[in-house]
Write a protein that binds this ligand. Structure first.
Ligand code: ABU
Length: 496
């Protein structure tokens, strides 16, 4: 390679074709070959485990005064790929996101190459209209009349849930925007004990206080108990508080349970509360004619969180907040910065949509999802959902027949929760310390799987139950053979 191509970009802000083209091409080639293709090959490892101390020595992380040359930069690309977890690998079934969708990735790269900030039409004309189009279609799929309402792309489901709390509070007490918490009654919201922790976290962040998030009990299937919900609403009223919102969950983080939205919606109507549905995880099922019944009643919600980066496998991050109220986002969050949202622009400034967000600068997360949706069509997304549910059903049937596996409960979504009982503990269920011993099994198997790099499946305790595995399926590139492999590998790793 010419010496000039290896020189560092001293003052570069404009890519110099003569000096940068080779660099871009080589970096992209490494990304495509090593991060995308090798990183998703079944015969490659999901990860190369290293302790933090080892990792610090392997990857030169320190930034210094002197620049490094292109060859060294390419080596960093390779090192970073080598020691990063391959979340697109078929056996990364650890989290509520996985996969490398080729169309989503190209959409993501396209967005990165153009480096937009989606706040005004003048800066992001295509992405502004794309957001409004995609969000309207998502609202239509949720069941809001004609897709009417409003929505935004946000940085993650937690923030989307925070928008829900903010809008619900504004809806109940609009003066909160200017007066803050002063003069507000004590406001209480309700969610289930299995709901995502972001509800409590954002209630604290917004000044409501986590004690004012009343935790509703779940039934034996992990669904919110609507009878207990109503009892808690009455309790809040008796305490002189104002019940203003319920956050139901469609696809809880661990179990994948779907709360009974119609019963919860009835209670919200009776007590004049905002109904939010956190469908960050389960929302993808709305794409499937076979599985959308799981979210029955969602069209009655005031707002919905739905993350296409979860079940629909758009690249991280792609999270949406949708509401049937057309003006609440703007009314609640706008600040009318005059340097950005001038009202005397020469075009229709209703397309300067950034002021309804709490962020200013913002990535065009819509693009990767739109690109995938175009490439596959709604029918392709439906097929994807049906495939991952089919794999979940197959996996469930197989572990029911396989010695040593015990289901926590019948799965409702594509998270499957189960214990693996190693041979030495089988038949020992009557022992007093059985649960203590079982509690240690999943962490040990997880350590082994990470150190061999063969697979990643997460585990957790729940409500006093010993640690159990949670397999999460959302990569429709997997098939029944992969399900068999995962079962076999847990057996191999679980040997005493
Ligand atoms: N936002 C919830 C995702 C965490 C998980 O994958 O378990």
């Amino acid at each position: 390679r010419a010496a000039s191509a290896r020189r560092p970009p001293w003052f570069a802000s404009l890519p110099d074709p003569a000096r940068h083209q080779d660099f871009f091409r080589e970096a992209l080639e490494v990304l495509v070959q090593q991060a995308v293709f090798q990183g998703t090959a079944r015969d490659s490892k999901v990860l190369e485990w290293r302790s933090p101390e080892q990792m610090g020595a392997l990857v030169d992380l320190q930034v210094r005064d002197a620049p490094v040359d292109h060859d060294q930069l390419i080596q960093y690309v390779k090192d970073i790929i080598k020691y990063s977890v391959k979340t697109g690998h078929p056996y990364f079934v650890n989290q509520l996101f996985s996969s490398v969708d080729p169309y989503g990735l190209v959409g993501q790269w396209l967005g990165d190459a153009l480096n937009p900030s989606v706040y005004t039409y003048e800066v992001s004309p295509v992405f502004t209209l794309m957001e409004e189009t995609v969000l309207r279609e998502m609202r239509r799929i949720v069941g809001f009349a004609d897709g009417r309402g409003d929505g935004i792309f946000c940085p993650g489901g937690s923030i989307a849930n925070g928008y829900a709390i903010s809008c619900a509070r504004f809806h109940a007490a609009p003066h909160v925007k200017t007066k803050g918490l002063h003069g507000l009654p004590r406001m209480v919201l309700f969610t289930s004990e299995d709901a995502h922790y972001s509800i409590k976290k954002l209630a604290s962040f917004l000044g409501l206080g986590s004690d004012n998030v009343f935790m509703v009990k779940c039934d034996s299937n992990g669904k919110m108990d609507s009878v207990h919900l109503e009892q808690l609403v009455l309790q809040a009223q008796e305490e002189g508080a104002l019940p203003f919102m319920v956050s139901a969950t469609a696809g809880t983080t661990v179990i994948g349970a779907f709360d009974p939205i119609p019963a919860i919606a009835d209670i919200c109507k009776k007590y004049n509360m905002w109904l939010h549905v956190d469908a960050a995880w389960g929302g993808g099922a709305l794409m499937s004619r076979k599985y959308k019944h799981l979210l029955e009643g969602i069209e009655r919600a005031d707002s919905v969180t739905w993350n296409p980066h979860k079940l629909l496998t758009a690249p991280q991050q792609c999270s949406t907040f949708l509401t049937k109220h057309e003006t609440v986002l703007s009314a609640c969050h706008s600040a009318s910065a005059q340097y950005l949202f001038q009202k005397d622009k020469f075009y229709d400034t209703q397309y300067d949509t950034g002021d309804k967000h709490i962020q200013c600068g913002r990535r065009a997360d819509v693009l990767k999802f739109w690109f995938m949706w175009k490439a596959k069509g709604t029918l392709g997304l439906e097929q994807h959902i049906d495939t991952v549910f089919d794999n979940a059903e197959y996996f469930t049937q197989q572990i029911k027949k396989t010695e040593g596996f015990r289901l926590l409960m019948e799965p409702q979504c594509t998270n499957i929760c189960f214990w693996y009982i190693p041979p030495s503990l089988r038949g020992q269920e009557d022992r007093e310390d059985f649960n203590d011993l079982l509690h240690k099994v999943a962490p040990k198997i997880k350590e082994r799987m990470m150190k061999t790099g063969s697979m990643m499946v997460t585990y957790q305790p729940l409500r006093g139950l010993p640690n159990f595995f949670r397999l999460v399926l959302q990569n429709s590139g997997l098939n029944h053979d992969d399900m068999d492999f995962i079962i076999q590998e847990i057996q191999n790793l679980g040997r005493d």
